[in-house]
Design a protein. Sequence first.
Length: 316
Amino acid sequence: MPSLLRVEDIKKYFPVERGIFKKEVARIRAVDGISFSLDKGETLSLVGESGCGKTTVARLILRLLEPTSGAIYFKGQNISTLDRKEMFKVRGLMQIIFQDPFGSLNPRQRVGDIIGEALSIHNLAQDRRRERIGELLRTVGLEEECIWRYPHQFSGGQRQRIGIARALAVEPELMVCDEPISALDVSIQAQILNLLKELQERFDLSFIFIAHDLAVVKHISHRVVIMYLGKIVELAETEELYSNPLHPYTKALLSAIPTIEKRERIVLRGEIPDPSHPPKGCRFHTRCPIAKPECSEREPAPKEVTKGHLVSCYLF
Ligand code: SF4
């Protein structure tokens, strides 16, 4: 079966300009040649520290940013070349859930208008709009009466549910969840994750789930992609990644998850290098606890170590 989404060698460089003539002096390589696919009904998580390029990938998929090069295929169609009008049709099938549920909702609009606006833009449920908004609110665990209330009258978790209802309104096939629980209390995070899982089963949704640590994605992901400085360093099925991590960066991220049993924490030295001047060779060599001299000479290519488990490191 063909993938729902296929990202092929996608790159996004942002120019750094200086002076009154805005001369380009450098390019920030936010995403530097990454490829992956997503199946129908699958959740693929993109994980890495801030600045690794995961949010840029999300925006490229939705065409909120134009790629520097590479291609994105959605349902077999190359959407990176579509014009605005053609992209509008596709965009209804792809929705985003934002990190900040308050900032992403218009504080002057009632909940009914926020969700109704999504229906209007895509000309959906014209003759039964009120009924459909009620249905959507119930689907995400809210009362129908919420229709008359404003975003500030809800808790963070409830506001995220409103954001999810708005995304569901247009009957998407792909949802990009950009750190949807990181602004919420820990007690609420599990409720939102469970809701997303329920919705996935009910509507056969596919998710790209963005997170900055591995603690939150284990129970929601089918596969996990680890990103570092604009590149994929490891990609594997969730079980495999958590039980048999190979890349030193993945091991460091896993060691940071709090557990009951004592586990040695791998503390990475130094900061993430400047993405406009990434280190030569393996991009992780400046922080890698087991780097060898040759690691700074050539960049390791991704290698499939076992079926579906890719790693970019000279040790494999
Ligand atoms: Fe570390 Fe070298 Fe592997 Fe890079 S290639 S992760 S520097 S051991």
